[in-house]
Write a protein that binds this ligand. Structure first.
Ligand SMILES: *Cc1c(COP(=O)(O)O)cnc(C)c1O
Length: 392
């Protein structure tokens, strides 16, 4: 048996089967290159679903995290620590947002954003203005409330009763949003590019009309940038390419470069919604995760971000010449590839045999490579993808 097969047997015996896993076990890596337990090499086009923004084990990141780890690993949020203040300061200065709350994941950030939106409205307008409009085909997380916020019926199963108060509107259809935006609505939550839904960018005109509509009615605009954030689309956050400023922004995935970390950014209107005791989490703002996040943010210079866009363009140009490719959507290093008649999941399976790790999003192939991927790694991964597609 291979090392992988032995591990898989133990996994089968001890771990709940809530994931459909691909048949490899990744053992170690550097930047966008990694190796499995049996020594096979892969180019990583996934970053662990947009998490390892600086790739595997980036030198600067490892050193920032390790030096914090040997200094102080955790204190409760009843005390101050310097690393989390540092990240918050960077986030505020790099955006137009005003204040930060730290969490541990995307779903948790969205939970906090939903609580904040409801409290903002309750305090100002009283009861019965608690509804949140979410877009069809969206994805906002796996807690009972964020599943309810997710605009896809397949997620609304088994776990009844779901949190009430969510209404779903058609993406890129401002008339549909307007028809649902009555006096019971306190917020609208959007992904600027629907990630899990198939890498579908919202129209700029829809987003700008939505933002004006929300401002007019004092309805909060929540941008779920869990997947689109942290340089992924070529700007720190995607909203910066849509000429809007959300009232609340949620972030996680790539924020700490591979450590569990999330945050909610609050704007002018919402910065004082949470008072002491209103919202909390044990691990939020953890110093080790904060050190990782500080290193990630310090690397996202204008030059670095313009490289992200350039690499996205380079990949797109090459993809368009590949067999079965019908179209490429997305921004920066968040790309969705529309395929002809071949199933995306099969391309991912076959890609592994050719040494490239890929993702799907609905019927599409999805690429979320580390932002630091080199052109050499890109070419090697794209060659493997091209070979895979040609063989199908
Ligand atoms: C991944 C994702 C989430 C959920 O994040 P978790 O860290 O898995 O809880 C929420 N929203 C979007 C847009 C995501 O891509």
């Amino acid at each position: 048996m291979t090392n992988f097969e032995i591990l898989k047997q133990r996994d089968d015996e001890y771990i709940i089967h809530s994931y459909g896993r691909f048949p490899i076990a990744i053992d170690h890596g550097k930047n966008a290159t990694c190796y499995d337990l049996d020594g096979n090499k892969y180019i990583d086009f996934t970053s662990g679903i947009g998490v390892n923004s600086l790739g595997f084990c980036d030198d600067g990141w490892v050193s920032a995290v390790c030096s914090q780890l040997s200094r102080l690993q955790h204190v409760s949020n009843l005390y101050y620590t310097s690393p989390c203040v540092g990240v918050a300061e960077m986030l505020v200065k790099m955006t137009g947002m005003k204040k930060v709350f730290f969490s541990n994941s995307g779903a948790e950030s969205n939970e906090g954003a939903i609580k904040a939106a409801r409290k903002y409205s309750f305090t100002k307008y009283g009861k019965n203005r608690h509804k949140i409009i979410s877009l069809k085909n969206s994805f906002h997380g796996r807690t009972v409330t964020t599943l309810a916020a997710t605009g896809q019926d397949v997620f609304h199963n088994y776990y009844f009763p779901f949190t009430e108060g969510f209404v779903y509107a058609e993406a890129n259809n401002i008339a549909d949003v307007k028809s649902k935006l009555d006096s019971s609505v306190c917020a609208v939550i959007i992904e600027l590019i629907q990630g899990e839904g198939g890498v579908l960018p919202l129209d700029k005109s829809f987003v700008s009309e939505l933002s004006m509509l929300c401002a007019e009615k004092d309805v909060l605009l929540i941008a779920d940038e869990v997947q689109t954030g942290i340089g992924r689309t070529g700007t720190l956050y995607a909203y910066q390419q849509f000429d809007i400023l959300p009232d609340i922004l949620t972030s996680a995935k790539g924020l700490a470069g591979g450590l569990p970390f999330g945050c909610i950014l609050f704007g002018e209107k919402t910065q004082d919604v949470f008072a002491p005791g209103d919202h909390a989490t044990t691990f939020g703002g953890n110093p080790v995760c904060s050190a990782g996040a500080k290193e990630v943010l310090s690397r996202l210079t204008p030059g670095f971000l313009s490289e992200v866009k350039k690499k996205g363009g380079y990949i797109t140009d090459r993809l368009k010449k590949m067999p079965h490719v019908k179209g490429v959507a997305g921004l920066g290093l968040m790309l969705g590839i529309e395929l002809g008649s071949i199933p995306a999941a099969e391309v991912v399976q076959n890609g592994l045999k050719n040494g490239v790790i890929l993702l799907t999003a609905k019927q599409k192939l999805r690429l979320l490579p580390p932002l630091t991927i080199t052109y050499e790694e890109l070419d090697s991964g794209l060659n493997a993808l091209e070979k895979t597609l040609a063989e199908m």
